[in-house]
Structure formats: C-alpha cells, structure tokens
Ligand binder design. Structure first.
Ligand SMILES: Nc1ncnc2c1ncn2[C@@H]1O[C@H](COP(=O)(O)OP(=O)(O)OP(=O)(O)O)[C@@H](O)[C@H]1O
Ligand SMILES: [Mg+2]
Length: 330
C-alpha cells in the first residue's frame, strides 16, 4: 500500500519491447512500494522481467524497449517526467545500481581511485580532493577490502571477482544513495563470498538508512536479507508483502511453488525441484492469469481476465484462487 513514508512508489509500470510481431510488454503493470531504509527482494524465474523492471525505474531502457505506462514516484517526484540530464544527476548519487557483472560499473582501463573520485566529483564537484579520497578509502574498508590504501591504485583486473564486486558496491555506496537497485550482484560468486557480501550490504543499508531493491531468483537470499518480497511472474508482481508473512504463508500458488522448489524445503508429499511447465513466451501469452497453465489450483474463472490486486494489510496478491490462510481453513 502507498504510505507517506514511501521512498519509492511504483504504480502500474509497463515496459514494452517493440518487435516485428508487435509491441510486447515485458513489464506489465508493476506496483512496488519501498520505504526508506527498507530492503525489498524482487524474486522470480529467468525472464520474468526483474532486470527490465530495475532498468525501467532508472530510465535505462533503450530501443527497441520503451517504458510505456505507469509512474515511478521517488520522494514524490515521477522519474518518468524528468529529462535525461536530471535523471543522470540522480543516478549514482541518490539512486545507485549494482549489476551482476561488476565490469558494467568498472572501467577496465582506469585505476579504482580515479573511478571512485570521479563518482564523487561528478555529482559533488566542490568536494575537496582530500575529503573525497578519505571517502573512497572509507567506502572500500566498509565493503571489506583489506588494506584499501594499497588497493586504490590498482586496476579492476587486479582484483578477484568477489573483490571486484565489492569495489562496485563501494562505488554505489560512495554518495550515500537513498536507494540501491542491486541486480543479482552476487550470483556469479561462490557461496561463501556471496554470504559475506549479502551480510555486508544488509549492514551498510541499515547503518545508512539506505533502501534497496535486491533482484534475485533465490528465495533463500530474500529470506536472509529482505524486509519485503515481491514475487514476479511474466512481467507482473503476483505477490508482495513482508518476507516473514509471505514465506510462512504464501497466497499465490506460484510463490508456493517457488518455496517448494527451494533446496531444503522438502515438505512430505510436495515435489522438489522445478515448478512444472514453462513461463509464457512472447507469443504464448493467453487471456486470463498467465500462471494458469502451470497452476495446480487453476479453475475456469482463471481464464477470463488478469486477476486484479487483492490487498490484505501490507500484502497483496493477484490470484482468483489464493491459498487459504490457516485461520481461514479452520
Ligand atoms: N533488449 C531486449 N529486447 C527484447 N526483449 C528483451 C530485451 N531485454 C529483455 N527482454 C525480454 O524481457 C523479458 C524480461 O527480461 P529480464 O531480463 O527482465 O528477465 P529477468 O527476470 O531479469 O531474468 P534473469 O533472471 O534471467 O536475469 C525477457 O523475456 C527478455 O527476453
Ligand atoms: Mg535479470
């Protein structure tokens, strides 16, 4: 639900890709609220539209893609109404993005120090160099880079994959953003390093009151890290709410399927591994609920139209036949 404390309030976001077969909505009516300092996990299988959502929020969709509908209210201002120059001022300053591949942030031919200094001075040109340098060192130390004063003069290739991602995270944190959009920043790393970085980012967000949208296909990561979860399926958020509530008692059958496919989630009688069936493709989208062909609960009403949002407290879901809560079954 929209509240006055929302830092980010996304309403009905739609992003199309124009193809020879016509315009196709990769993001189709996303509603997402992020409060100040809150961590929201955006989870869903490959191709569900998580990255396109992240890029759309920042106005980073290039042709043949286009944001075609909705609002992206950041502190009450619709980012869609801003020109490129104003957006550029926000990006890397009040809103930062961290990508799966740190080399999307890091320039391979520049020393880390130059890149970090530039990240500060572009947005805050009057910062004294000495202060900016101190902030670079502090940021590297914060993300757990040992002996940062020795590493500032290194080039990105002189860091290991995990350390390089830490540098990218340090750059994202440099200007104390209000919001970070992190697109699978740890999936390429080994599990131990992934855990360390997750923990560190959560701590940094808490310390700095930074909000974060954490994009992942791993519900385990969401359970560890996030306050809220938004479950995405075929371009829509099908379920949203506080992590503890959604994971304990999912309302949408897709969320339940994701939970049951988690390693270690073996519930007697439930199937492990993948949810049956395929996500809808460009041409394969039918009328009604897009999850219907794979849904164990589907009934005739599910074929009629896309389910509207059902709001219940802080949660919402889009399903005609939601899983009953325990008290409803009693
Ligand atoms: N430049 C593009 N042109 C056409 N279609 C695109 C483009 N970029 C993304 N798409 C389509 O938009 C849909 C959503 O893609 P997106 O990258 O957001 O998925 P995702 O949820 O981030 O998946 P993953 O977990 O694999 O990263 C996909 O079907 C994808 O093929
Ligand atoms: Mg992606």
């Amino acid at each position: 639900m929209t509240t006055d404390t929302s830092l980010l309030d996304v309403r009905g976001l739609q992003t199309a890709f124009h193809t020879e077969a016509g315009a196709w909505l990769a993001v189709d009516g996303v509603d997402l609220t992020v409060a100040r300092g809150e961590i929201v996990g955006l989870v869903g299988e490959s191709g569900s539209g998580k990255s396109v959502t992240g890029f759309s929020l920042l106005g980073l969709i290039d042709p043949p893609g286009e944001v075609v509908g909705g609002q992206v209210l950041f502190n009450g201002t619709d980012l869609r109404s801003l020109d490129e120059e104003s957006l550029r001022k926000l990006r890397g300053d009040r809103i930062a993005m961290i990508f799966q591949d740190p080399l999307m942030t890091l320039n391979p031919v520049l020393r880390v120090k130059e890149q970090m200094m530039e990240a500060i001075l572009t947005h805050h040109p009057r910062t004294p160099r000495r202060d900016a340098e101190a902030r670079c060192l502090e940021a590297l130390a914060m993300v757990g880079i040992p002996a940062p004063e020795k590493r500032l003069d290194n080039y990105p290739h002189e860091f290991s994959g995990g350390m390089r991602q830490r540098v990218a995270i340090a750059i994202a944190m440099l200007n104390h953003p209000e919001l970070i959009i992190a697109d699978e920043p740890t999936t390429a790393l080994d599990v131990t390093i992934q855990g360390q970085i997750l923990y560190q980012m959560q701590k940094l967000c808490r310390q700095n009151d930074t909000a974060m949208i954490w994009i992942t296909h791993d519900l385990g990561v969401v359970a560890e890290l996030a306050d809220k979860v938004a479950v995405m399926y075929a371009g829509r958020i099908v379920e949203y709410g506080p992590v503890s509530e959604v994971l304990a008692a999912p309302r949408h059958p897709y969320t339940q399927g994701l939970l049951q496919s988690m390693p270690g989630a073996a519930v007697p009688g439930s199937r492990l591994n993948q949810i049956d069936g395929m996500a809808p493709t460009l041409t394969g989208r039918e009328a009604g609920c897009t999850f219907r062909p794979r849904c164990p609960h589907a009934g005739p009403e599910c074929a009629r139209a896309v389910p509207d949002r059902t709001d219940a407290g802080e949660r919402y879901f889009r399903c005609y036949r939601p899983i009953a809560l325990a008290q409803e079954q009693a």
